[in-house]
Ligand binder design. Structure first.
Ligand SMILES: [Zn+2]
Length: 352
């Protein structure tokens, strides 16, 4: 090959072969970094795009762990999409620090309120707390709409299963995309809790689908709004993996939702004293579909019975090494494997 043709071939390669950070593996990878009772879920799609859902707390630790995982493990050079489920600091707090290191493409959220998102008008700190998020430089900002799929690459050419992320609820508005489901008998006498006036109730709920594999991520959605996803009929369907709402707290994780989603695997982004609620555990134990429960941290409160088996916990000690949980869905989406790389734990499951 002469020099010019070689240069031409190289230029063609660089134009068409994805560079590091766009690695098209055909599989779906999900990482849960340890954000100590906040939330962060990093997804690398079968087409190599990246989606980060929530960013933990500000102050170096959580964004540092997200960035390290994204760069070193997921080999990302940017975050294509960020979804902030709601405006609580343990969910949006790390975003600006992530954006300072890894360029963020499009941010989806419910909009940034002018006052404290929990309606506490006396709290004058909101403008200060939200400033880094408000001012961070990103490619674009969009207010998410229930029912709208995120504009991510579906892949799925030929035999390959396609990938979608769909917003099924935001600001307590529920998508109707599966409304033709039959009446749900669990709705006849729904248990109710006090009305939640905090921003938790407004959480963005995402359904991540890859072929027949489905995963539910609902931020800190609370009890009575969870019921709306299932009553009068289940608008979500069943899923393989449920990221338990609200770190596994008992003001969330209504049994109507958990039983309706009927997950095979539950994942809790809990802290050493936050999440892992006794009612949530009781619900999971009474949900026959559940084969495994993963926790980012061991619950170190006195109610030590509210823990999964030690091998399913990424961090057992108070002073932890910030181990993460990983999920890889095979390119054919028929099987998926959970692992905790730091401990060598691995377990595979069949997609429903
Ligand atoms: Zn939270």
């Amino acid at each position: 090959m002469n020099h010019n043709r070689l240069l031409g071939a190289l230029a063609f390669m660089f134009a068409t072969v994805p560079l590091c950070g766009d690695q098209v593996t055909g599989k779906l990878d999900v990482y849960w970094p340890d954000v100590e009772g906040g939330a962060a879920t990093l997804i690398v799609t079968p087409s190599g795009e990246s989606l980060l859902i929530d960013t933990g707390m500000p102050g170096g630790r959580d964004p540092g762990r997200i960035i390290a995982l994204a760069k070193e493990k997921a080999k990302l050079t940017r975050i294509d999409y960020l979804v902030t489920t709601h405006m609580h600091i343990d969910h949006f707090g790390g975003a600006a620090e992530v954006a300072a290191v890894l360029p963020i493409g499009t941010v989806f959220d419910n909009g940034i309120p002018d006052e404290d998102p929990d309606g506490n008008k006396a709290d004058r700190t909101w403008i200060h707390r939200s400033k880094p998020y408000r001012e961070m430089k990103v490619g674009a900002r969009k207010i998410i709409q229930p029912d709208g799929p995120l504009p991510m690459k579906a892949g799925g050419a030929g035999e390959r299963p396609s990938f979608t992320v769909r917003c099924i609820a935001a600001k307590q508005q529920i998508s109707g995309f599966k409304l033709k489901q039959p009446h749900n008998p669990l709705c006849d006498a729904p248990p109710r809790k006090a009305i939640d006036t905090s921003d938790n109730a407004n959480s963005i709920v995402l359904l991540i689908s890859f072929g027949s594999f489905e995963m539910f991520v609902g931020g800190d959605l609370t009890w009575n709004v969870e019921e709306k996803l299932m009553c009068p009929s289940n608008v979500v369907g069943t899923v393989d993996v449920m990221q338990m709402n609200h770190h596994g707290l008992d003001v969330s994780n209504n049994p109507i939702l958990v039983k309706g989603l009927a997950p095979t695997v539950a994942v809790m982004s809990n802290g050493i004293e936050k999440g892992c609620g006794p009612e949530t555990f009781a619900t999971l134990k009474n949900t026959p579909s559940v084969q495994a429960i993963y926790q980012i941290h061991k619950n170190l409160r006195k109610d030590s019975e509210n823990n999964t088996g030690a091998e399913y916990i990424a961090n057992l000690e108070k002073q932890c090494a910030a181990n993460w949980i990983q999920l890889s869905v095979d390119p054919d989406a028929k099987n998926y494997t959970f692992s905790i790389p730091a401990t060598g734990h691995q377990r595979s499951f069949k997609t429903r």
